[in-house]
Unconditional design. Sequence first.
Length: 142
Amino acid sequence: MVTPLEEMCNELEEEVDACVIAIAKFDYHSKQIQWKYVSHPLNDKYKRMVISYGSGVAGTVMQTGRTFLCRSRKDLPLVLSKYPIVLAEKLQSFAAIPLRTGHLFDAVLLIGYRNEHDLPSEQQWRPYAARISNYLKQGGLS
C-alpha cells in the first residue's frame, strides 16, 4: 500500500523527472537530523546518516532556511565527503528545499539527479513542498 507521502513524492518525481526524492527531519530530542525517506535509494546508508545542524545538505538548508541549488556536484562549496547523501546516492545535481513544519525550518525536501540535469523551477516544486510540509505538520514520518 502506498502512503500519502510516497504518493506525493512519486508525483513530484514525475513532474520534475527526478531520480531521487528524499526528506530529512530534525529530531528535537536528539538535536540531530536524519533522512527519513528516500525514493529509489541505491542502498540503505541514508538510514544510518546522522547529521548535525549546519552540516551537510540538510543541515545547511535548515540552518539558512534557503533553498540549496547544486547544478553540478563539482561546484559544491566544501569537499564531497561533507555531503554524505550526495555520495551515498551518487547525486550529480540537486535542489534541497527547506520545509517549515512548525515555527522553524525543521525538514528538507531533496530533489536529486544521478546525472547533471537542469534543476526544477520553483513553480514546479512549490506546490509539492507545501503539500509535504502540511503532511509532516500533521505528524507524518514521526
